[in-house]
Structures are given as C-alpha cells and as structure tokens.
Design a protein around this ligand. Structure first.
Ligand code: IMP
Length: 304
C-alpha cells in the first residue's frame, strides 16, 4: 500500500540546486508540508549514474530518504533533441561543464544540430524537434518509491532569445508558442512546463485533501521571503547577458517593494558591501562572468 503525506510532515527536497529547491518549496508551502532541502541538512549529493531521468530521480530521492529517515522528493530533468538522438538528455547539466555555463551548453547544442544539418532541414517557422522532460520521484525510508512524469514538446530556435528562465530556456519554443521559455514571463512558463506537469501528477496523487487554512497563511509569509530566494536562485543559475539584464531589473523592483530588507540602500554602503564581497571571496574566477556579476550585485544589496 502506498504511504501518505500528511500536513506538518517533514519532506526533504533532495536537490542542491537553489532554483529547484525554491520552486519545489513554493509548490509545497500551501499544503502545510515542512519542506527542507538536502543541502540545508548537509547531505552529500549522490552521483547521477543512471541512464534515464526516472532512474536518476529515484536514485537521488532514495539516497536522501534512507539517509535521513524522511520522505524525500527528487527530480531529474533535461532537454532531448530528436536530431541528436535524445541528447543532451540525462547529460543536460553536464553539457554546461563544471561552471554550469549554459550559454556554452546552448552553443554546443546549436553546433551539434548544425553538424547534422538539423537547422537546414526545417523552415523558418519550425526548428528541430525537442522536448523538455521531468521525472519526479517520491521515496520513503523503507525503499518504496513513486514516480511522476511531465513533458513539453516544441522546437529549438537559434540564436537563443530572452533573459527569463535558466538553462536551455532561451533556445526552446514550446509547441504553438511564439515566445521562447526565456522570453515568457516566469508564470507563463510555469503554467505549461514539464516540471509543473510532473508536479501536477504528484499533486493529484499525493497532495489532494491536504489544503489547510493555516498553511495558506504560511504560504503568504513564505512568499515575502521568496523574493530573496528567487533572486538568489537566479544569481546561482543564470548564464547569459540577457538573463543578467533581467536579473538587474528584478533587483531594482525588489528595492522598490522590499526596501526595508536592503542593508545597503544608499550608493556608498552598496559599493562598500560589493567591494567587501568581491575582496573576501575566493574562486570567483571560476564563475561564468554574467553570473559572477549577478552574485556580486545581490551580495551588495541585501540578504534574506
Ligand atoms: P538535473 O539537475 O540533473 O535535473 O539537470 C537538469 C538540467 O536540464 C538543468 O541543469 C538544465 O540545464 C536542463 N533543464 C531542466 N529543466 C529545464 C528548464 O525548465 N529550462 C531550461 N533548462 C532545463
């Protein structure tokens, strides 16, 4: 018999990716589940050794659930390109190299498609077929696992377009859309993405009937803190010039709405904090340059 999630239960989000943790916590907040990330609990990240998305999601969720004795949720997702035989697939993150530079990964995809004449084979309106896919696994400490999947079909475009989103978003055009995932408002992408489809399946199976009024209140509270977490997630994931431009716009909007949370809301203290962060940090050369600038700006601005 499958086990049940109940309000107040602690659920581990088995991911070290700030963007994912933020998205998943937002989703769980209204249901009164106490979501905590594997990173916050100092759990090491297992190596993704499986050949399928489902296999890797299961591996990550099980590792966290058995190590911590708590139910754990993990996802594995990526981009599959038909003309590349499904690549980058489970290697989507690895194509971006150790610094997770997706400007580089997108260029690599575009070049591989070119090498197979994948662009030429399509007219201006329909690029090479691709899809995003997300496998979501809920694992229990006794080894039981449940799998939920979501997928969104579309085509690739090149050059990449848009400063919203992350990863391969700027080069992906979902079926029937005119804007890439990188151009869409986050909520619009959210409404149709592979991840939200996988979550919808998870929600229907595991969360129905869990809504509680006090949970809604805690969700509203979480959204105040969520503004910082969203900025931090963007600073940890962005790879392109357009994404940095969007980030700076969002930072400015945050100054207007959450000024009280800015430690440095005058230029002198802002510059001083920026200088302190840059001078006091090692390994900054290893960051993709747009991301480094975003992180420096955020560090100079405010904390959560
Ligand atoms: P994972 O952390 O192993 O699931 O890696 C998934 C990788 O696939 C990410 O690092 C992204 O490069 C890519 N990916 C997954 N979902 C999306 C998305 O919604 N937009 C853009 N890229 C995505």
């Amino acid at each position: 018999m499958t086990q049940k999630l109940v309000a107040g239960m602690r659920l581990v989000v088995a991911s070290h990716n700030a963007g994912k943790v933020w998205e998943i916590k937002q989703l769980l907040a209204p249901f009164g589940l106490d979501a905590v990330s594997a990173g916050d609990l100092d759990l090491p990240e297992p190596e993704e050794t499986e050949a399928t998305f489902a296999g890797n999601a299961r591996l990550k969720a099980l590792a966290a659930a058995t190590a911590l004795g708590l139910p754990a949720l993990a996802d594995d997702s990526g981009l599959e390109v038909d003309v590349l035989g499904g690549a980058p697939g489970v290697y989507s993150a690895r194509w971006a190299g150790p610094t997770k530079d997706f400007a580089l990964a997108m260029k690599k995809v575009a070049e591989e498609v070119s090498a197979r004449h994948g662009w030429a084979a399509h007219g201006a309106e329909s690029g090479p077929k691709a899809n995003f896919i997300c496998s979501l696994c809920l694992a229990w400490p006794d080894g039981e696992t449940e799998l939920f999947e979501g997928r969104v079909d579309g085509v690739l475009v090149w050059p990449a377009r848009g400063g919203n989103g992350f990863g391969y978003d700027p080069m992906f055009l979902a079926k029937g859309q005119t804007q890439t995932f990188g151009e869409m408002e986050p909520a619009e992408k959210h409404a149709m993405s592979h991840r939200s489809r996988a979550f919808a399946a998870f929600k229907a199976a595991k969360l129905e009937g869990l809504v509680a009024l006090e949970a809604l209140a805690s969700c509203r509270a979480a959204q105040g803190a969520g503004a910082y977490e969203g900025l931090a997630a963007a600073a940890a994931n962005l790879s392109t010039q357009a994404e940095l431009a969007t980030f700076i716009g969002n930072l400015r909007a945050d100054l207007e709405t959450n000024r009280a949370q800015w430690q440095n809301d005058d230029l002198a203290s802002f510059l001083e904090a920026l200088q302190r962060w840059i001078a006091g940090n090692r390994n900054l050369e290893e960051e993709p340059r747009w991301r480094l600038l975003a992180k420096a700006l955020l560090a100079g601005s405010r904390t959560g």
